[in-house]
Ligand binder design. Structure first.
Ligand SMILES: Nc1nc2c(ncn2[C@@H]2O[C@H](COP(=O)(O)OP(=O)(O)OP(=O)(O)O)[C@@H](O)[C@H]2O)c(=O)[nH]1
Ligand SMILES: [Mg+2]
Length: 437
């Protein structure tokens, strides 16, 4: 029966995974509230705007039929930026394809093209940005989904370096006469093209609100024909703008909270978060009610605040993908304090604690060694809870045990004070017994 239940959950989580890939624009309020479109990992392709082409033109008026070269330069393409925003909670707001605006082409009478606007995409605070290894960049078209074949073709053309002939715009019917083989392309252009293929990999950890990183540079605008003209020799060609950089990024959200609640399904983590903070995760008497992390803010009487993350329940062998797996543990990886919420009415609840710690270590070795506290929840639930708690107290203490009833709100204020004390004294647990008394 239990196995059956887990299989059903696995299937539903797979369905959730499939939904994660979809772009979520236009989702309903209900969906947003239930968190069904929560995305904490995704791959996206970012493309800087293409630079506008330089123009080939010659001054002309009533008296001068072919004056000096006056072609304007192309505008540079826009850059793509990622910016951390604390009001975002999920990567579902990020599209899989991000492209900044192209620069305008240069025109006659020395009119330069406008620069393309930058594209700034807001991501949640705690987003880790990693670029696919440089060696894999060539494999780009195979890695993207064939959602937009036209765009894919365009992208492939951008990735492939253009032939020398294609780097220039020619005056009408001058293609044959222009010998561009000997024309020296400015060093700046060559460096930009080199950086497209071999530049430093983009890597950032956006932990602060407003922190931003440029993930794709817009292409340089091409140069008009005056740049190649000298004296009586008027150039009949101009330089095309360069394609923007193309990067494939892996985005991973590692929630930033002070405290992480870790526990088996149904242990009462969400009930506790509701009791101590402003968050309202769903509570129900069955396993896996919570399918994605919730962050709550706990406010103390002196206006001090801490953030607490409630994550889905962990089951034995979660690291072998049982239950919901353990990938969501990334949301407690950065917490300074772990609070184990254990249902003290279960037979031998200390074994649950061992399982939880083992799963943490399977996810990231040493994670269970973080400063931790055990809340023996459901302490209100009759004799079994009391006798289990008393037996547990007699065992060698691994970490502080605090009996609470999240449902009735009993002892939760004391628990939150202990949490604050442990956060403020990271070195040692201090005199916890005095606080707990
Ligand atoms: N008696 C009693 N019941 C509790 C207490 N805390 C939670 N519960 C009940 O336990 C059930 C599960 O509570 P949740 O808060 O949804 O548990 P959870 O750990 O978030 O579960 P998942 O989201 O599935 O991992 C609910 O029916 C709660 O009412 C408590 O202190 N005492
Ligand atoms: Mg829950």
């Amino acid at each position: 029966m239990w196995r059956h239940g887990l299989a059903a959950v696995r299937n539903s989580s797979r369905r959730l995974g499939q939904r994660r890939c979809e772009h979520t624009a236009g989702r309903s309020d209900g969906e947003r509230r239930s968190g069904r479109n929560f995305v904490d990992r995704m791959r996206c392709t970012v493309v800087g705007g293409t630079g506008g082409n330089g123009c080939v033109s010659f001054f002309r008026d009533a008296r001068v039929s072919r004056g000096p070269a006056d072609g304007g330069d192309g505008g540079s393409g826009g850059d793509v930026w990622l910016e951390a925003d604390s009001s975002e909670t999920s990567l579902s707001c990020v599209k899989q394809w991000l492209r900044a605006q192209a620069g305008g082409h240069g025109r006659g009478k020395s009119m330069h093209g406008a620069s393309g606007s930058d594209l700034t995409v807001r991501v949640p605070r705690g987003t880790v940005v990693r670029e696919m290894a440089a060696g894999d960049r060539g494999a780009l078209p195979k890695l993207v989904e064939p959602r937009d074949r036209g765009f894919l073709a365009e992208l492939a053309a951008q990735v492939a370096p253009p032939d020398r002939e294609e780097q220039f715009v020619h005056y009408p019917r001058w293609e044959e006469r222009n010998d561009v083989r000997a024309v020296r392309v400015p060093a700046e252009f060559r460096a930009f093209r080199r950086a497209a293929a071999h530049g430093p990999e983009v890597s950032a950890d956006l932990t602060q609100h407003g922190q931003r990183v440029r993930v794709a540079a817009g292409g340089l605008g091409g140069l008009g024909n005056p740049h190649f003209s000298a004296g009586a020799t008027q150039a009949h060609y101009a330089l095309r703008g360069l394609a923007g950089h193309v990067r494939v990024l892996d985005l991973e959200l590692k929630t930033i909270a002070d405290v992480g609640l870790v526990g088996m399904p149904n242990a009462g983590k969400s009930t506790l978060l509701r009791a101590i903070s402003n968050a309202h995760p769903r509570v129900a008497p069955y396993a896996f009610t919570t399918l994605n992390p919730y962050i709550g803010t706990v406010s103390y009487a002196d206006a001090h605040q801490i953030t607490v993350a409630d994550i889905p329940g962990l089951v034995p062998d979660a690291h072998r993908n049982v239950g919901l797996g353990h990938a969501f543990l990334r949301h407690v990886e950065r917490c300074s304090l772990l609070v184990f919420v254990v249902d003290v009415t279960r037979p031998e609840p200390w074994r649950d604690l061992q399982v939880l710690r083992h799963e943490l270590d399977c996810f990231r070795p040493g994670l269970s060694a973080r400063p931790s506290l055990v809340l023996c929840n459901k302490a209100d639930a009759g004799k079994a809870a009391r006798s289990n708690y008393e037996r547990w107290l007699r065992m060698p203490p691994a970490m502080p045990l605090v009996p609470v009833s999240a449902l009735l709100g009993k002892n939760v204020a004391k628990a939150t004070h202990i949490v604050r004390h442990m956060l403020e004294n990271p070195g040692g647990s201090g005199d916890l017994d005095t606080i707990a008394a």
